[in-house]
Design a protein around this ligand. Sequence first.
Ligand code: FAD
Ligand code: FES
Length: 255
Amino acid sequence: MAKRIDDFKIVDNKRVADDLFILELSSDDKLPEFKPGQFVQVRADNSPSTFLRRPISVHDVDYEKNTFRLLIQVVGSGTEVLSKLSINDMLNLVYPLGNSFSDPNPGDKVLLVGGGVGVAPLLFLGKHLISIGYTPEWLFGFRNKSRLIDLTEFSAIGKVNLTTEDGSEGEKGYVTRHTVLAQNQFDRMYCCGPDPMMKAVADYCIRNGVECEVSLENLMACGFGICLCCIVSTVKGNICTCTEGPVFKITDLKW
Ligand SMILES: Cc1cc2nc3c(=O)[nH]c(=O)nc-3n(C[C@H](O)[C@H](O)[C@H](O)COP(=O)(O)OP(=O)(O)OC[C@H]3O[C@@H](n4cnc5c(N)ncnc54)[C@H](O)[C@@H]3O)c2cc1C
Ligand code: FES
């Protein structure tokens, strides 16, 4: 798919947790067809220490309104600058980038697993799965109640199962200990979150014969296969996460 570089207008910037916010962006041009799992490279203007663009997943797309949303966690200077954008400010993006999650097999029982801001690409995936006839279920892990985001849009799609590390909301502990896994046999899981979480989910899936794809959030610079700073080791050799990923089958990764 052709890559574009365009300016988008901020139509909303909403704080959804202590350090998380959602940007809604609109364009005068018709949006291209985004695929679940793809990302954009965002230019963080007016941040002297942020020379490189920042990769951010497509959180949700509304083709009728010609808008899409990004769910972003403030972790450094680039995301800090983005968090301060106002309505009508412009944001320059390279898009759409990366591959996408693949569809499940017919009849598969599907679980989408997200940790923290790793839930970002899963909402768009969940809506896609609904549109092709699946009823996905969610399993989310957050550090504690104060890190939770509003899950209304997720629960409108499927049942939400929740863990927090301190037990302040949902079941206590990591996602791989949630009772939903003991009580169900899923055929297909999709996961995005911190590396240790994705590795634990991958380990569970291999032990239980579940097909699984993860979306990696490796450090990136260019975002389209030039700088080689996002290399990941796979059974097919060392490949770029930005062009061959960010979505990988767990059986392809040499973790
Ligand atoms: C394909 C892809 C999709 C992503 N999607 C999202 C998303 O939807 N929402 C979101 O909030 N973030 C997402 N990220 C992570 C996001 O790109 C980084 O958090 C961001 O670039 C940090 O920029 P910064 O200038 O604020 O922080 P920096 O000053 O660059 O870094 C601050 C701290 O964050 C760490 N950090 C930076 N980048 C990453 C990363 N990729 N993974 C883990 N730690 C990192 C740094 O090591 C440092 O400790 C994604 C990353 C990738 C590769
Ligand atoms: S980020 Fe430059 S090659 Fe992947």
